[in-house]
Write a protein of this length. Sequence first.
Length: 122
Amino acid sequence: MVASEPARANMRSMGSHGSDHVRFKRALAVGHLTTALIIARDLPHVALSDALELCRLMAGDGDPRYPRAASRWLERFSSEAGAGLLELQLAAAALGQLWESPDSDVARRTLAELLAAHPSRP
């Protein structure tokens, strides 16, 4: 009998950023703003869609940092997704509505549709 070579697992370590990203997404999913913000600081990049979710959580918590975070999101929406003036106006209005009424389905849908129509460029 010929002994076969032992099976080897094809495993790669995710590294700390990979596991941090998983923890970040989990914190967003369950609505833990503080945890998500702490983890986000250590990530090399936060996707535009994840940054929007952070804004939603901040609005829901009435976080006083929300207006600045929303402004930064608009800047990124313009530069990373190539949104034009009309889209920026709509996004700004929706972000303003989200601040006033965090449960606004119209604001959430508008932002989701704008983001879907303008995916971030690599």
